[in-house]
Design a protein around this ligand. Structure first.
Ligand code: NSS
Length: 434
């Protein structure tokens, strides 16, 4: 046996000659036998391929072991590459040696499974082709974000996860017993981000955020990955432009580099190449008008939920930007619009097709008294935010930022129905196992 291991994907990509000897290693994906021949489909991280084990072509013990080995047994196989139109992927391996590394017990995931059961055995379901493809796209999304931000000159910063105050309201704060005090899991790096940019000017983080969301919706989890940007000396327009460009870059990178995965998941890559700035753009007031024209009655001043966002993106082939929401429903840090103090200089980006908010951004309020007023109006004690107020006391500058829900972006790109499927081990109100 030669030393080098071949990845199954290399064979499927035609990188091995017909008749070439290869050695692969992986797990049994499925297996059937027919008159002294075993058809064993083997998977590794790069794909699946059929291995044909014929009695008499392999040592007797190898054949017995191959016959005995159940699904998910780990194996090492040596054989000859053959082109075969009928085989899944167009290639198969004529096996010469079949070595079982570890015999698996009967695998609990069979043909008929419920969503709940698959979540109970998530650690095993991750081995499915569906989850493997999603996780590859997810990895590419993170890679794309980091590459884009590096190219644009932003510093990556690691914010704290255990925090003293939240920026997104008390209702969704996870409390942590912290020795003899209370602390909270981070909802957003926002308060820290606004302090950090007084040093770094251009900064971002990729970190988990936590929300004690009781709502059981297909777009909420209690732990999500948050890509947040904060930048000194820029206003809302520039920040919105950055959010559009990074989203477009993510889509292009995934379309360029994950074609096979996207096709498996049923996503047309051409649709991703269309995600080019500028995105269509309306104000909150215009959105209210459109909703009412569509026959959806909504009170002015209410935040949009899933129903409104889905109605608004109907028929669009790019994400929708909604700007200038009413001040009263916005977090304390969003800057008032100088032209209309009832509104803020903020933007949300709603993913087309999906109809979920993937980005929330704004210019930040510069008037410390206005921040204190809004903090109190939203039931906060300004004392808990004193360090944050220092970012306004000591040489503040105009600045803006946004937060992007990365899991929702993955859900959108992979055309998933539930955010849970975008995450290896999703956390929801009812689930922290496995
Ligand atoms: O609450 S946000 O709308 N905004 C913030 O946290 C700001 N402090 C961000 C900033 O300006 N630095 O959350 C931002 C995004 C939102 O648009 C969603 O895409 C996502 O984070 N998000 C979530 N994803 C999954 N599950 C939950 N529960 C969730 N909450 C927000």
């Amino acid at each position: 046996m030669h030393d080098k291991w071949t990845k199954i994907g290399e064979i499927l990509d035609g990188k091995k000659e017909e008749g070439e000897k290869v050695r692969i290693r992986g797990w049994i994906y499925r297996s059937r036998s027919s008159g002294g021949i075993l058809f064993v489909v083997i998977r590794d991280s790069s794909g699946i391929i059929q291995a044909v084990v014929r009695k008499g072509n392999v040592p007797e013990e190898d054949f017995k072991n191959a016959e005995k080995a159940l699904i998910e047994s780990s194996v090492q196989v040596e054989g000859i590459v053959k082109k075969d139109e009928r085989a899944p992927g167009g290639y198969e391996i004529e096996v010469k040696r079949f070595n079982v590394v570890s015999f698996a017990e009967p695998f609990p995931i069979t043909e008929n499974y419920s969503e709940e059961f698959l979540l109970d055995v998530r650690h095993l379901w991750l081995r499915s082709q569906k989850m493997t493809n999603i996780l590859k796209v997810r990895s590419k999304v993170f890679e794309a974000i980091r590459d884009f931000m590096k190219k644009e000159g932003y510093y990556e910063v690691q914010p704290p996860i255990i925090t003293c105050a939240g920026s997104e309201g008390g209702a969704t704060l996870f409390e942590v017993k912290y020795f003899d005090r209370k602390a909270y899991l981070s909802q957003s790096w926002q308060l820290y981000g606004e302090s950090i940019i007084m040093a770094l000017e251009k900064a971002y983080c990729l970190a988990p955020s936590f929300r004690a969301e009781k709502s059981r919706t297909p777009r909420h989890v209690t732990e999500f990955w948050h890509f947040e940007v904060e930048e000194a000396w820029v206003g809302m327009e520039e920040m919105l432009n950055l959010a559009e460009r990074v989203l477009s870059y993510i889509c292009r990178r995934v379309a360029d580099e994950c074609k096979k995965e996207l096709s498996f998941l049923g996503r047309n890559v051409e649709d991703l190449y269309k995600i080019e700035p500028p995105f269509p753009r309306i104000t909150y007031d215009e959105a209210i008008k459109i909703l009412r024209e569509k026959g959806h009655e909504i009170e002015y001043g209410k935040d949009f939920g899933i129903i409104e966002e889905r109605l608004l993106v109907e028929g669009l082939d790019k994400p929708l930007v909604i700007t200038h929401y009413p001040k009263e429903i916005m977090a304390f840090y969003k800057k008032r619009d100088p032209n209309n103090p009832n509104l803020t200089l903020n933007f949300n980006i709603i993913a087309n097709e999906l109809g979920d908010e993937i980005v929330d951004g704004s210019e930040r309020e510069s008037d410390i008294n206005e921040i204190i007023r809004a903090l109190k109006a939203q039931g906060n004690d300004p004392k808990d935010f004193d360090f944050y107020l220092d970012s306004r006391r000591y040489g503040s500058v105009p600045h803006s930022g946004f937060g992007m829900g990365v899991d929702r972006v993955v859900m959108w790109i992979c055309k998933l129905k539930n955010i849970r499927d975008a995450i290896p081990f999703p956390r929801t109100v009812s689930r922290i196992y496995p």
